[in-house]
Design a protein around this ligand. Sequence first.
Ligand SMILES: [Ca+2]
Length: 230
Amino acid sequence: MQKRSRIIIAIGVLLILGTATAQADWFDGFESYPAGGGIHGQGGWAGWNDDPAFDAIISDLQAFTGSQSVAIAGAADIVQPFSGYNSGVWYLTTWMLIPNDFSGETYFLVLNTYAPNGAQNWSVQIRFTGGTITTDTAGGETMPYVTGQWSELQLVIDLQSDLQTFYYNGTMLYQASWSEGVSGGGAVEIACVDLYANNATPVYYDEMSLAPATVSVESKSLSQVKNLFR
Ligand SMILES: [Ca+2]
């Protein structure tokens, strides 16, 4: 193969790798906000219906990484809106800590349609209470949660197939339709994530991200890919 052709192919491979290894579209480790203060109006976060009464507090008592997380307690009902997510496959991932002395019922929610004081439609409504996780999708699946340690929540949102799959610490809790998830008759879009305390005692979230599913070429190193063309 001529040198010039190799260079052109190499540039093409780099472009492919650049796409395949794209970083998260959105990420929050809650390190950039003052501890003890609210998060409403910062980093894209806003109280439910843009109401600061539903603010959540940045905590330096707990952290999965760094020294801070967001505490979801009391009146907290905090939303991170997304826009333009209407195709592809996405991972919405976060780490969550439920203290040993947690009491009440706290919620992890994702909507397919969200306008403050406007159209709203739920795809995901997951409740944590009394040691049990329950999904409010049609199957109503349950599993136990752990307390006193960080656990991974991962939602795989396949907008190509209108399908969602939720994993807790790597174990699948349920798979369900995306647009018909909870409310029914929703959009095939990702509109927002909502952390809702429902007057419960604090739980903590850290390292939240929304990232595209990667293609298989990502698993190959650059040298391996180059070898494909030798
Ligand atoms: Ca953090």
